[in-house]
Design a protein around this ligand. Structure first.
Ligand SMILES: Cc1cc2nc3c(=O)[nH]c(=O)nc-3n(C[C@H](O)[C@H](O)[C@H](O)COP(=O)(O)OP(=O)(O)OC[C@H]3O[C@@H](n4cnc5c(N)ncnc54)[C@H](O)[C@@H]3O)c2cc1C
Length: 375
C-alpha cells in the first residue's frame, strides 16, 4: 500500500476536478483521485456541450462570461482544435409563454447578448420550427458548441506536465482530519495533504459525510438526451440550438443528427444513471409538437446527473468548520462552460488570495457561492 503526501488532494476527475487540479499544479504538489478507470466518465462525458452566456443564474452567467476568454484562446498546445465552434442559441416561446420570454430578456446582461426575434425570423434561423407553435424568440448569436473532450484532456495534459498525478480506480473510502491535515484512504493506498478539494459531482454530499463534514444539500437530478435523424434533405448543421423558454425541451444539430432532451430534472441518488423510456417519449412528443420533424428512430440515448444546490448556484469555498475542506460542487447544468473561471477562482481561494479581478468585474460575489450560505 502506497503512502503519498502532497499539498492538495482533489477528489473527482470530471471537468471540475481536472481544471482546478491543473490550475493548482503550477505551484503545488497535487494528487487527483478518481473512482472510475477513466476521467470524465460521469456527468462531464454526458453533456450537451453548449456554451451560452445567458443560461443559468446571474452567478452562473458571470462565471460563463469570465470563461469565454480561456475557451476562445486557451494556452498554446492546450488543445488540438478550437474549443468553441459557432452555434447560437434560440430561446423560443409559444403565445402563452410570451410573458416568460419578456421577463427573461429583461436582465441587462441577457438583453446585451441577445436579439429579440419575431416568429418568422425564428423559423428562418431554425427552419424545422412550426409556424403555428413559435410566437417569438430571443437569439443569442455568440452561443457556441464546446469540445468537452478537448477541454478535459487539455486540463489533464496541463496537470501532468506540471507534475500532477492522476490516480484512477482510486475511490475515496475514508477521509479523516487531524492537526497535520487530511488522511484519505483508497484501495490503492493512503494520501495525506492539508487541503482536500471536493469535486465529486453527484457524490459531493456523500464525500462530505464520509469526511465528517456537514453536507450542503446538493441534489443530483437526472437529465436525458437522445440523438435522432435530422430532416431529410435539410442541412441543420449551421442552425442555432432552440431551447424552450420554460426549459421543457431543447434540440441541437449534432454531427449530422439532432441531439434532443426533454430537459428533465428528476431527483436521483448518486449513481451511474441511465435514461428512462418515459423521458425519451416526452422528449419526442414535445419536439414533434414544436417542429415539423417526425422521430422514426433513436440512435443513441443517455442520461447524466446535474447536481444543484438549493439556489442553483455552485458551491465554492472552504467549509468554515472543517479546516482544509474545500467545496467545488453544485455545477448543475453549467459545469463545462463555467469550468475555466471556476477553476481559477477556486485555485485563488485555495491559495488564500482574493477572487481574480476579471471574475469580480463580471459581478460575482463570493457570498453567492460560499458553502456557508446554507448554514
Ligand atoms: C444531459 C446533460 C447536458 C448537459 N449540458 C451541458 C451544457 O450544455 N453545458 C454545460 O456547461 N454543462 C452541461 N451539463 C452539465 C455538466 O456536464 C456538469 O455540470 C459537469 O460535467 C459537472 O462536472 P463535475 O466534474 O462536477 O462532475 P463529474 O463529471 O460527475 O465528475 C465527478 C467525478 O467524481 C468522481 N467521484 C465521486 N465520488 C468519488 C470518490 N468517493 N472517490 C473518487 N472519485 C469520486 C466520479 O467518479 C466523477 O468522475 C450537462 C449535463 C447533462 C447530464
Amino acid at each position: 500500500m502506497s503512502q503519498i503526501t502532497c499539498d492538495v488532494i482533489v477528489v473527482g476527475a470530471g471537468i471540475a476536478g481536472a481544471s482546478v487540479a491543473a490550475e493548482l499544479a503550477t505551484d503545488r504538489k497535487v494528487v487527483l483521485l478518481e473512482r472510475e478507470s477513466q476521467p470524465g466518465y460521469h456527468t462531464t462525458g454526458r453533456s450537451a456541450a453548449l456554451f451560452s452566456e445567458i443560461y443559468g443564474s446571474a452567478a452562473i452567467r458571470a462565471l460563463s462570461r469570465a470563461s469565454r476568454a480561456f475557451l476562445t484562446n486557451p494556452p498554446t498546445g492546450f488543445a488540438q482544435a478550437p474549443l468553441l465552434a459557432p452555434r447560437g442559441s434560440l430561446f423560443i416561446a409559444r403565445e402563452d409563454q410570451l410573458s416568460q420570454l419578456e421577463a427573461f430578456a429583461q436582465s441587462p446582461d441577457i438583453a446585451g447578448a441577445t436579439q429579440p426575434v419575431f416568429a418568422e425570423q425564428a423559423i428562418r434561423l431554425s427552419p424545422i420550427l412550426r409556424a403555428d407553435y413559435v410566437a417569438a424568440a430571443v437569439f443569442e448569436p455568440d452561443a457556441a458548441d464546446m469540445d468537452v473532450h478537448g477541454l478535459l484532456m487539455g486540463y489533464l495534459r496541463l496537470f501532468r506536465a506540471a507534475g500532477g498525478a492522476l490516480h484512477t480506480e482510486s475511490e475515496v473510502l475514508g477521509a479523516a482530519a487531524s492537526p497535520q491535515g487530511w488522511r484519505i484512504e483508497t484501495r490503492q493506498g493512503q494520501f495525506s495533504a492539508p487541503i482536500v478539494v471536493n469535486a465529486a459531482g453527484a457524490w459531493a454530499d456523500e464525500l462530505a459525510c464520509l469526511a465528517g463534514v456537514t453536507a450542503v444539500g446538493v441534489e443530483p437530478r437526472r437529465r436525458t438526451a437522445i440523438t435522432i435523424d435530422g430532416p431529410a434533405g435539410l442541412d441543420l448543421s449551421e442552425t442555432p440550438m432552440p431551447i424552450d423558454i420554460d426549459e421543457q425541451f431543447y434540440f441541437k444539430p449534432e454531427s449530422g443528427r439532432v441531439l434532443l432532451s426533454p430537459a428533465d430534472e428528476t431527483p436521483s441518488e448518486a449513481c451511474d444513471v441511465q435514461p428512462d423510456e418515459w423521458d425519451i417519449a416526452v422528449a419526442v412528443d414535445r419536439l414533434e409538437a414544436a417542429t415539423t420533424l417526425q422521430v422514426r428512430r433513436v440512435h443513441a440515448k443517455w442520461a447524466g446527473l446535474r447536481t444543484f444546490a438549493p439556489d442553483k448556484n455552485p458551491v465554492v469555498g472552504f467549509q468554515a468548520q472543517a479546516p482544509g475542506f474545500f467545496w467545488l460542487a453544485g455545477q448543475g447544468g453549467y459545469g463545462i462552460q463555467t469550468a475555466p473561471a471556476m477553476a481559477r477562482l477556486a485555485a485563488a481561494l485555495i491559495r488564500g488570495q482574493t477572487a481574480p479581478q476579471d471574475i469580480q468585474d463580471e459581478g460575482l460575489a463570493l457570498a453567492e457561492i460560499a458553502p456557508d450560505r446554507f448554514a
